[in-house]
Design a protein around this ligand. Structure first.
Ligand code: MEV
Length: 455
């Protein structure tokens, strides 16, 4: 009871009224809660400048930076721990929907996560294997030695940290001509790194002894993004407490989920919605989101048909949602510890391991999916989306100062009436407001007299 109270208190202190605060107060709240340091807050307030020298270290032909809005998803409690979740994203309503859905779960249900497996996969291809049986025998008899060799010569640091190369497996693939291809899978625990560089180095290193000792020709070495040996699982449970309205909603969500299980056209959009929750965290923490995307999509198609990576079902009056897919990322290496914003994002999250960060991503992806399915099966996506989009349209039309609340209010009215709203509506409304406010000069009035202005 004591622990539950503490989490509750932490949660309230961090998130109560969070979305109503202005930007500075939001930052101060995060500082007060220890999620950000004074320096972090100062950095944000100074406009988060980045040196182009840093950019030159990352890529070639640098011309500058592309900036993206970064926000914090609120109300998440995952495995009983409250998180402030940094998300770098341009799409309106993603953070609002995630926070709103997380609040619903926090009030009635829970989010649990786990990582199953430890190893990532590196592939060594022998395009035209001469003698598969001999290669198989060689791997069986020598893999312990090869694993030790790789750990000693290439992955010393990783092995010292408790990870490193663990195993070598062999696969045979029928070619589209007569012959066969042999593919070696080098299995490695990358600890807190995403492991791309090290696994590629290990594979390229092993190419030498494998060629020399077997007489086979290695044709290429590269990691695989389909890491079905290390899966992240998130689960959401929401009880209905016997409420008919909740059960009705849960059944709608279950139907929507079945749709995405059975139809690849729907699965693609469903998974895009899941990635709406995951990619922004990967970007904020300096992780390779293309790698995670490739892993999730290929896992979604593992049985030959592309399906959703989430499943929702009604079990004993509870709504149960599960996300399962590889979410391979790192908290060291790459850009994560070099980009000032990625460093702040990791501090803000307070994750202690790459697995914990992976769990946060899976949880946010699943929650984001729930938010979308709830909206899609009830009010539809337009209303929620467009209400938030009104602000963008208002500014896009060029409204300023006191024009802004007027245009927003009129657009909300138009939306309620027509269920549709576009930039031209915003432009029209703004024109209407400006016309109304044009000074009316009565004939014969002295020109220097204050003009009458319509309210
Ligand atoms: C839009 O960015 C994401 C959705 O299309 C996801 C979905 O359809 O599940 C709303």
């Amino acid at each position: 009871v004591e622990v539950a109270r503490t989490i509750d208190e932490q949660y309230k202190e961090l998130f109560e009224g969070f979305s109503k605060l202005n930007r500075e107060d939001r930052l101060l709240r995060l500082e007060k809660m220890g999620a950000l340091s004074r320096e972090d807050v100062q950095y944000f307030l100074s406009g988060a400048p980045l040196s182009t020298t840093l950019a030159e270290n990352f890529i070639e032909n640098v011309v500058g930076y592309f900036q993206m809005p970064m926000g914090v998803a609120a109300n998440f409690v995952i495995n009983g721990k409250p998180y402030a979740i940094p998300m770098a994203v341009e799409e309106t309503s993603i953070i609002a929907a995630a926070s709103k859905t997380a609040k619903w779960i926090r009030e009635t249900g829970e989010i649990r996560t786990e990582v199953i497996g430890k190893n990532i996969i590196g592939q060594i291809q022998i395009a035209k294997v001469k003698n598969f049986a001999a290669l198989e025998k060689f791997i069986l008899e020598n893999k312990t030695r090869l694993v030790e060799l790789a750990n000693r010569e290439v992955a010393q640091g990783m092995a010292a940290r408790g990870g490193g190369v663990r195993d070598i497996e062999l696969r045979q693939i029928a070619r589209n001509d007569e012959g066969h291809m042999a593919v070696l899978h080098v299995m490695m625990d990358p600890c807190e790194a995403m492991g791309a560089n090290i696994i590629n180095q290990v594979c390229e290193y092993l190419k030498g002894p494998i060629q020399d000792e077997t007489g086979e020709t290695v044709t290429m070495c590269i990691l695989s993004n389909l890491v079905d040996t290390k899966l992240t699982r998130a689960e959401v449970i929401i009880p209905s407490h016997g409420r008919e309205a909740d059960l009705e909603l849960f059944k709608r969500i279950e139907e929507a989920s079945l749709f995405s299980q059975l139809d690849p056209y729907r699965a693609a959009t469903n998974n895009k919605g899941v990635l709406n929750g995951i990619d922004p965290i990967l970007i904020a923490t300096g992780n390779d989101w293309r790698a995670v995307e490739a892993g999730i999509h290929s896992y979604a198609a593992r049985d030959g048909q592309y399906r959703s990576v989430t499943r929702w079902s009604v079990v004993d009056g509870h709504l149960r949602g599960v996300f399962e897919a590889p979410v391979i990322l790192g908290t060291v290496g790459g850009v994560t510890r070099l980009h000032p914003m990625a460093k702040i994002a990791l501090r803000l999250l307070g994750v202690e391991s790459a697995d914990e960060l992976s769990c946060v991503c899976a949880a946010v992806g699943l929650v984001q999916n729930l938010g979308a399915l709830k909206a899609l099966t009830t009010i539809g996506i337009i209303e929620g989306h467009m209400k938030l989009h009104i602000k963008n349209l208002t500014l896009g039309a060029g409204a300023e100062g006191q024009e802004i609340p007027y245009v927003q209010k009129r657009l909300e009215e138009i939306l309620a009436l027509t269920k549709r709203i576009t930039l031209s509506n915003a432009v029209e409304v703004l024109k209407e407001f400006r016309n109304k406010r044009l000074p009316k000069i009565s004939p014969g009035a002295p020109l220097n007299e204050a003009p009458e202005v319509n309210p």
